[in-house]
Design a binder for this molecule. Sequence first.
Ligand code: SAH
Ligand code: AVI
Length: 313
Amino acid sequence: MLETAATHGLNEATRRSLQAVPKELPPVWLYDARGSRLYDEITRLPDYYLPRREAEILWARSSLISERTTARTLVELGSGSAPNTRFLLDALSGTLERYVPFDVSEQALQDSAEAIAAAYPAISVEPVVGDFERDLGDLPDAGPRLVAFLGSTIGNLYPTQRAAFLAALALELGDDDALLLGVDLVKDVGRLEAAYDDPWGVTEAFVRNALRATNRELEATFEQERFDYDPFWDPAHEWMDIGLRALESHVVSVRRLGLELAFAEGERLRVEISAKFRRETFELGLERAGLSPEAWWTDAADDFAVVLAHPPS
Ligand code: SAH
Ligand code: AVI
């Protein structure tokens, strides 16, 4: 496969992550067409409460969000199949002219853009394939814009990545623009671990999909049967640490990166983190990035929050 500027950036990030301690794969590898379908299946699992809690909040607050933002453009970062976006599209119908779903997963983006264009013929749907950590400059600038980042995907970024991402977004936003974030909250460990380890093995298949994708795209030699699925709550960082553990010592080649990786028995390969948040620290992070938190709405059970923020005027 030909290396483009985009794949070069991902390949270099993958090289660094695989050589780090602990070894790690950038979570972008989870979201090929198969991974995006598996993620959609996860959102329907009984213990994966996040999308339902977010839907509850958006159902109750979308009219207010519409009044406060009067957005002409709705940009959605990491839009995937955009399950909760219709709350915003419905509420913003008086002002909205365009919806810009932005995602690294081209097939998922195409499918959801077509579905939304069919359901909302009055707005222009303008999908952008890109990486929200690198390509925020590619967003259209017809304001007022509402930039939504739903599903708590922000929790899949490390604190330093999160700070850099929010700071880049703050620079990108104009005075009339607003940011809407879905964030999952710290809660009982049993519920968190159940959300990431379902008895049907859907979440495990989603995480293992990162190995399939790197085998295919980077000519790697990961063997699924040499790893166990291993998600756990890390109380010090307040994140789910989601990955795989080598069952025996062995070597994995990643030919396109020229790497030979030695795994010891029991050694972990992290595939993603899923950070959970508390209001005070999350709002502090927004302020440090140059954003002003304006509203913090939760569901009735206080499981999840939707946050509205603005660049300071
Ligand atoms: N917002 C949707 C999907 C969440 S899944 C929901 O709430 O259900 C996370 C989405 O982010 C996936 O569609 C994935 O392809 C996308 N994604 C992950 N990392 C990305 C990145 N660095 N840049 C752009 N999109 C990314
Ligand atoms: C997309 N993201 C918010 C999901 C999460 O909960 O961190 C990804 C996921 N990983 C396993 N299950 C869901």
